[in-house]
Design a binder for this molecule. Sequence first.
Ligand SMILES: C[S@@+](CC[C@H](N)C(=O)[O-])C[C@H]1O[C@@H](n2cnc3c(N)ncnc32)[C@H](O)[C@@H]1O
Length: 391
Amino acid sequence: MSRIELVAPCNFAVESVLAREIKELGFEVAKVEDGRVTFLSDEAGICKANLHLRTAERILVKMGEFEATSFEELFENTKKLPWHEWIPKNGEFPAAKASSIKSQLFSTSDIQAIVKKAVVESMKRKHKVQWFEENGNKYPIHTFLNKDKAALYLDTSGSALHKRGYRELSNEAPIKETLAATMLQLTPWREDRILIDPFCGSGTIVIEAAMKGMNIAPGLKRNFISEGWNRVPKSVWARAREEAEALIRRDIKMTIQGYDIDESALKVARLNARLAGVEEQIHFQKRDVRDLSSRDSYGFIVTNPPYGERMEDLKSVEQLYKDMGKVFAKLETWSFYIITAHEGFERFFGRRADKKRKLYNGMLKTDYYQFYGPKPPRRKENTVQEDFPAE
Ligand SMILES: C[S@@+](CC[C@H](N)C(=O)[O-])C[C@H]1O[C@@H](n2cnc3c(N)ncnc32)[C@H](O)[C@@H]1O
């Protein structure tokens, strides 16, 4: 195993949440920048990070970083990187992605072409061949230019990490799994507390919550592109999967409810919950938010209501927020976490949020309104000792 720098890209405004998750997994965080967190690892860490991280978009191996103000500089410096240490002779190595911010080199298609050419030259020299069949495993190269600094990566994930493998079908406006996970990470909700999503749609928030509560690694139901790489042996992947399986809390019972007014969305939600292995943890039911009530105290509502992006929907969404305000006001000891792109949300809801945080739902800027309920009374500590006094 060798020391590797890994980079996890994430949505803007999620960096600190992701950095915390990475630390909690036992990695050393090296740098937190806009839209990405760099951390130190080894080959086994590639498997662990891909399998366990809930808010990362993908996991990249950092191949190198250098100044590049001209295509020549980009070419020469890319050529110097140790591509052959990762990509075998028959490997397929597309320059799959490039982005450029505030840099002199800005044509992403030209950047991709130069990078590809440079990697071919580097591989020719090291593998001592003139022609690459590229019929083996895939090694997608990502190039990121920021203020004339180029960073080159190999993608270890393949399809993005929000694709957990449990979403067979989706309803009209599903939230991304990584965003749902971020929303949950930003609450003090835990598996022994009540959770309701009254606008659950295809169930993403409640499914992500149940998976977190059961400690199901989000990547267990899917494959990753680096599973075929020589550098990350199959045995290392197998061990990481076994370890993740062993961590699942199958005996846990949670109180999680998903409601929606649309029966067809609930059908999708039930199917997705079954595929995710959490169907027994979630009670789905058709219910209008206006009929929401609970006799329980200290619950959490984490939800993604309609935003009313089309003008004709706006009035009805504003009325919906007013009605939500009245219904939620009766849940005096509950906490509410609501994401919406409607900037006047608080006005219609009738209450100012204790905290508001910017988040992105895809390209759409949204706010995450947080209304804190009172803290539940502290549970008696050492109850086991009281029940079973020491001899
Ligand atoms: C933005 S979508 C939620 C998407 C969900 N987070 C997901 O990942 O699939 C909003 C949902 O609110 C539901 N809805 C609209 N009006 C409602 C009402 N009055 N009561 C309950 N649900 C409602 C819609 O059917 C829709 O599924």
